[in-house]
Write a protein that binds this ligand. Structure first.
Ligand code: NA7
Length: 875
């Protein structure tokens, strides 16, 4: 093969990513070339020249920060700069750092193939050149490959055809023309008011209405400018650690917690600021459908108030996706444009396009159709986002596998930067990174810096710097990549994003696999993760050089993202250790913490009462009755708290949730606490509660004979032991036992104790504090304390046991599930990945716990279904 050049680095794309990476590579002395299909720099801002094209992030923030000189040498003229100004900024950067000389313009990378023997990439261009390089970087942008319009007859129209994504450089004069616009995404919404100003007639074909917020464009925000002028470094550093790449405090206001008036006032305040600030109007809009709908209705009211014709207004009101789950648009006069007499909206939901003809567009059905004649059609139909440009180049990695094949079911990356089977191949703002959900300027810089560090490291460990032909190769491991995909999904799944048919989900391109493409965990947390990967010895990467090889395999984030956030938040509070307190102090501390939680769902009725312990001592209970018609089955529930703490108040939100999900009465029964009443008092109180509830089921509104036991942690220990006692006593009959993270064995030497003994709320030292208060060492192997150690585990009620990955008690819960199954009992073991001992009970805080609580509700329902079926069979 004739090789035209042998380089350290080839970069595809001369947008902001390619430009900055070229600069960094040159600074390191790397031989580098950039291949760019256009005849100038700018990437997205080179191609997207449609009228009205602007940034939707304030341009004070859409700024590269690597050189402090950029802060003073460039000034943005507007709040949201226009495309020509942003393009000039890219040209300014290319000129200032003498980058033009490193770029091959009008040169498209067509093929890249990894040569394992030579440890190089061979990149072929459409000019017939082959360039060989050590490292190959796709800096091709996320919205660069236009989607081919999937409309019958799209290539038949004989008039003028334009694509917003490929707008002619010389501009277009639509004066006096009959113009069609197909699509109502951001490109259309920005350009429609300007096209309407020229066209004789403008017809907008809308398949899905989008939310658009006014830009209120004008001078750049003075407050931001002042902050930047005062200390640009601090301002930019704050952006880098923020969630979206723009500094700012997250609101503490939850839409659901406000009154209608308060909500409206806050909404109006943010509407008056305009733009994507609306994404932060309330803190629950991207996680709660109810909260989101409250906001959607406020925006719809605005649309109805602007658009005069009620039918058009209604058609413009988005109703098929929660606000924010498709990128909201930022406009100037978009909705008002539909009040102009020559502008018409065609709702493709009611009148779909049947075909594009030589002279126009036909809609509707044969019986009831409409024919439109046009001089020009503008396709504003979007992009094959995030992956289109990457798989558009024929990239072949190790063993002849192509990226296209490998990503046929959706992209798989480690950190959105690298992918298994493709050594020394990097993607800037690739799928699996914050990219399109963030301020791209901030994300681009972070990715380029990380890739620069990686490439420098490869040269250093390979020894190339010492004059050898060393260089190293880097590639992620399967373990790291798979786990990253899981984490990306975990983050998306606690939001409403996956609901929408958006390009974030790949849903806009027919046949594209449906999966959430960007990383929603936030710019700051993502940066921390990328840095941690390096600090942990390039965790999850295999780095191989001629004489050395290193693979620190592992997973960077396994904890559920919302659980991780709560742990981080708790860490910042520097709470005192419970085990440093007296039981009395610990109880007060727990009550105070409980008072600050969300209350949990409403139930039909709550009744507080007492029942007698075996010695006649009155003990309290709280009964939760479903809102549905009774009678209901009854669950006797025992709270958590290590036999020392807790009561029905401490587990109140969880009991409400369980009541709603199981449609059963929950009787949260207290039991006496240690150290005042040590083992086995609590166990006998548990049995007394069960006996009393079974005897009074009818009085309580329950169904006699349908009684289950349930509990969490120490309460699950009481529930499990109560089931043993009831079996041995010949009753009461128990329909099932639901044990959430139970204590089943008081020894503390399991692997889960060692792995999770610190840092996940229930620590090994706290567990020792509980156990020491509860029980003498000599009694700890008693089956009434450690049910796992019972000689006889047969003939126990059906069990559902939930264990959590990051819980010291995980292994004893798992062992109990196995032991019960081995003894012939029906057992369902649910292993909650990424959860901790306490996370599943955090109702309305930990969203990733919802599916497990749903499974707990289902488990209770199934106990009772079985009980009623066998009762019917018996009858
Ligand atoms: P978008 O946001 O993907 O918008 C494309 C629009 O085109 C959207 O309204 C689509 O409707 C519509 N579309 C696509 N295909 C068709 C067919 N076949 N028939 C009718 N309508 C169709 O792309 P943009 O260029 O506007 O914006 C991209 C991003 O750039 C934007 O999010 C900002 O981040 C900047 P659909 O919703 O699929 O029903």
């Amino acid at each position: 093969m004739a090789v035209d050049a042998d380089l350290d680095v080839v970069i595809v794309g001369a947008g902001f990513s390619g430009l900055y990476l070229l600069k960094r590579m040159r600074d390191l002395g790397m031989s580098t070339r950039v291949l760019e299909a256009a005849d100038d720099v700018g990437g997205t801002w080179y191609w997207n020249r449609y009228p009205g094209a602007r940034c939707d992030i304030p341009t004070t923030d859409y700024t590269l920060s690597f050189d402090p000189a950029l802060e003073t040498e460039w000034t943005w003229s507007e709040k949201y700069a226009t495309q020509p100004e942003i393009l000039r900024y890219a040209q300014f950067i290319a000129t200032k750092y003498d980058l033009y000389s490193g770029i091959d313009f009008v040169t498209r990378a067509e093929q890249a193939t990894w040569d394992e023997a030579a440890k190089r990439w061979h990149v072929r261009t459409d000019r017939g050149e082959t360039i060989t390089c050590r490292n190959y970087v796709m800096a091709t942008g996320c919205l660069s490959l236009p989607k081919v319009p999937d409309i019958e007859g799209h290539d038949r129209f004989s008039g003028e055809v334009y694509f917003t994504s490929r707008w002619p450089h010389e501009g277009v004069d639509l004066t006096g023309k009959r113009v069609a616009v197909i699509g109502t995404g951001s490109s259309a919404i920005q350009s429609i008011p300007l096209m309407a100003a020229q066209a004789d007639k403008l017809t907008v074909f809308q398949r899905t209405p989008n939310f658009s917020i006014p830009a209120y464009n004008g001078a750049a925000d003075q407050e931001r400018l002042a902050q930047i002028a005062a200390d640009a470094a601090v301002y930019r550093a704050e952006a880098k650690l923020s969630r979206g790449g723009v500094p700012g405090e997250a609101t503490l206001l939850a839409a659901r917690a406000l009154t209608d008036d308060e909500r409206r006032a806050r909404f109006e305040e943010v509407w008056a600021i305009g733009g994507l600030e609306m994404l932060g109007v309330f803190n629950d809009i991207l996680v709660s459908e109810e909260a989101n709908e409250l906001l959607c209705e406020l925006i719809r009211e605005k649309i109805r108030s602007i658009v005069h014709d009620p039918v058009t207004a209604e058609a413009l009101c988005p109703k098929d996706h929660p606000f924010g789950t498709k990128r909201p648009c930022v406009d100037t006069n978009y909705y008002a444009t539909f009040n102009l007499p020559h502008v018409r909206l065609v709702d493709l939901r009611t009148d779909p396009i049947t075909t594009i003809t030589e002279t126009g567009i036909e809609t509707g059905t044969e019986a009831d159709g409409e024919t439109f004649e046009f001089d020009a059609i503008v396709f504003a139909t979007g992009f094959d986002a995030m992956t289109g440009a990457l798989v558009g180049v024929d990239i072949t990695g190790r063993d002849g596998h192509t990226l296209k094949e490998q990503w046929a079911h959706g992209p798989a990356t480690y950190l959105g930067l690298t992918t298994v089977g493709f050594p020394n191949f990097f993607t800037i703002t690739g799928p699996g990174s914050p990219s399109v959900l963030s301020n791209m300027a901030v994300s681009i810089e972070q990715h380029v810096d990380w890739v620069t560090d990686a490439i420098a490291h490869l040269r250093d460990v390979g020894g190339a710097g010492a004059g050898t032909d060393g260089w190293a190769t880097i590639e992620p491991t399967e373990t790291a990549q798979t786990a990253w995909g899981v984490h990306v999904n975990d983050c998306a799944n606690i939001t409403l994003y996956p609901i929408a048919n958006s390009w974030y989900m790949g849903a806009n391109v027919p046949g594209k696999p449906r999966m959430f493409l960007p990383y929603v965990g936030g710019v700051g947390p993502y940066r921390v993760i990328c840095d941690e990967v390096v600090d942990k010895g390039w965790l999850g990467f295999r780095i191989e050089a001629t004489h050395s090889s290193q693979c620190n395999d592992g997973v960077i984030r396994e904890i559920m993202p919302d659980v991780g956030m709560v742990l981080e938040m708790m860490a910042t509070l520097e709470l005192p250790l419970v085990e440093s307190m007296s039981p009395e102090e610990a109880r007060e501390f727990m009550s105070a913490s409980s008072a600050m939680r969300p209350p949990g769902p409403a139930v039909g009725e709550i009744v507080d009462g007492t029942f007698p312990a075996g010695d006649g001592t009155p003990l309290t209970y709280r009964l939760y009755r479903p809102a549905t018609d009774g009678p209901h089955p009854v669950v006797v529930y025992f709270h958590g708290g290590g036999w020392v703490l807790g009561d029905h108040e401490s587990d109140d939100p969880f009991c409400r949730d369980l009541c709603v999900r199981s449609n059963a009465i929950i009787v949260s029964a207290d039991y006496r606490h240690a150290p005042e009443a040590r083992f086995p008092v609590a166990v006998h109180d548990g049995m007394a509660a069960l006996t009393w509830v079974a005897e009074h089921a009818t009085d309580l509104g329950g169904i006699p004979g349908q009684v289950a036991v349930a509990g969490w942690s120490a309460g699950a220990n009481i529930a499990a032991v109560t089931a043993h006692l009831a079996r041995d006593a010949g009753g009461p009959a128990i329909s099932g036992q639901l044990l959430l993270t139970p204590v089943t064995d008081l020894s503390t030497d399991s692997a889960s104790y060692i792995e999770n003994g610190e840092g996940y709320v229930l620590t090994a030292s706290l567990m020792h504090w509980f156990t020491d208060h509860y029980i003498d060492p000599a009694d700890r192997t008693s089956p009434l304390a450690s049910p796992l150690l019972a000689a006889d585990l047969a003939n126990l009620p059906p069990a559902t046991i939930i264990t959590c990955q990051f819980d010291p008690l995980r292994d004893e819960g798992t062992a109990y599930a196995h032991a019960l199954a081995e003894a012939g009992n029906e057992v369902h073991h649910i292993s909650a990945r990424g959860h901790t001992h306490t996370s599943l009970t955090m109702v309305d805080i930990i969203i990733s716990g919802v599916s497990y609580r749903e499974q707990m509700g289902a488990a209770l329902r199934s106990f009772f279904d079985r009980a009623s079926t066998s009762a019917a069979v018996g009858a």
